[in-house]
Design a binder for this molecule. Sequence first.
Ligand SMILES: [Zn+2]
Length: 107
Amino acid sequence: MFDSLFQSSASAQTTDQAAEPVNLATAKAGSRYHVTSLGKTRTARLEVLTAGLAPDAVIDVLRSSGTRPRIVACGEIRAAIGEDLARGVKLLQCGCGCGCNNERDNT
Ligand SMILES: [Zn+2]
């Protein structure tokens, strides 16, 4: 048992960041993410900020399909982010060893 634990940690991942960075446009509905970047340009960041997201916020993606606006839940608020804007919002999937208290219990 100890051996298998040791081997998996030694061979599989060399870094702590197991989760691939994604953006809001490709995020899966029903998943929870950490916001790592609001956008590439100042204008984009301001727009996303105005919509209600913040850097390091934890969001639930409620709807993500086609070119329709992405609907996300961030605490009490719901925000709709246009698909073009969503593409610049960088996310990290929650629950892959991020160590926060927002990981879902349902497996
Ligand atoms: Zn997390």
